[in-house]
Design a protein around this ligand. Sequence first.
Ligand SMILES: [Zn+2]
Length: 109
Amino acid sequence: MNRIINQRFLPDGSGRVCIHLFAHSADGSATTPAGVNGFKFEGARGYIACNPTQSKVTPLVRGNEHLLCTWSDDARAVSCPKCQETAEFKGQMEQLNSLVGSEAAAFAA
Ligand SMILES: [Zn+2]
């Protein structure tokens, strides 16, 4: 049986994958997959920043079609334009920029 992978791309025609921001939150609607990678780890609780009620972040399988939800909890990897407009994304980028700025200032001193 052939599998169909359904991956969303950015609407700008660039061919880049749409990567959402996964915001960690104990009250989040979704849990990332648990797994074993040398040690057992639990899934993380949180939500997709542009769609906080979305309950699944793992591929949704319908017959032979796999609908992918690509995400990262690192704002620097996020390409989704809707996620980039959220307070979660902007707050994380401000924190990252302040860290980079303080490191750059320390290096220049
Ligand atoms: Zn998004």
